[in-house]
Design a protein around this ligand. Structure first.
Ligand SMILES: Cc1cc2nc3c(=O)[nH]c(=O)nc-3n(C[C@H](O)[C@H](O)[C@H](O)COP(=O)(O)O)c2cc1C
Length: 188
């Protein structure tokens, strides 16, 4: 069996730049991935960036909208390595935490949990309310990885792109995908 694809879910939180970086790296190394957009993500993309949908979708195995509930990735019988939601809004976090498969992104994430596959949630909110903290706790206890979009600074970032690379690199680390897009800490 070849490489199992990763599902990249993009929800309507700030920081779609992190998803853009991740997808570019996956494309560069020919790592297969599916893409799921929520409707809010498409709006935020327009408000916050000058990226085009095509840039995201060009190298995807398949591209789905949140309403595409009958797509392959809605079923546990469709084998994938896991899923990342990047960025993950507090709404999508809440849906997943409570098993409410209201749209394809929540459904695909629920599938990863039930199949005990990797689920990484790049949550982007600050400050955090108690419901968000409780939802993160529930999901951490369910086996998901909560990976806040909070880049470190020990790799001496000089550009925004360095910050995007840090978060995208941490996601790749979760899936065991080799990369050198951020500088790892070494004993000084
Ligand atoms: C420009 C913009 C930035 C937003 N940033 C965030 C954010 O960082 N985190 C968040 O949880 N919601 C954010 N929202 C709100 C979500 O888009 C909104 O809750 C939406 O319903 C999320 O839907 P989705 O999870 O289906 O994508 C933002 C909305 C807009 C318009």
């Amino acid at each position: 069996m070849g490489k199992l694809p990763i599902i990249v879910g993009i929800s309507g939180a700030s920081g779609i730049q992190y998803a853009h970086k991740l997808i570019n790296v996956l494309s560069d190394i020919s790592y297969p991935f599916y893409l799921i957009w929520t409707s809010a993500a498409k709006k935020v993309l327009k408000y916050e960036t000058s990226y085009s949908f095509k840039e995201f979708e060009a190298k995807a195995l398949d591209v789905f909208e949140e309403k595409d509930i009958a797509s392959s990735v809605a079923s546990g019988s469709h084998l994938v390595k896991g899923m990342v939601v990047i960025p993950c809004s507090s709404k999508t976090l809440g849906l997943i935490a409570h098993g409410i498969d209201l749209n394809l992104i929540a459904r695909a994430a629920s599938v990863q949990l039930k199949e005990k596959r990797k689920l990484v949630l790049v949550i982007r909110e600050t400050p955090l309310s108690l419901p968000i903290i409780e939802n993160m706790r529930t999901l951490a206890l369910s086996g998901a990885t909560i990976l806040p979009a909070s880049p470190g600074f020990y790799h001496e970032p000089r550009t925004l792109d360095d910050l995007y690379s840090f978060i995208a690199g941490k996601v790749l680390d979760q899936f065991g995908i080799e990369h050198s897009i951020y500088k790892r800490w070494k004993t000084p």
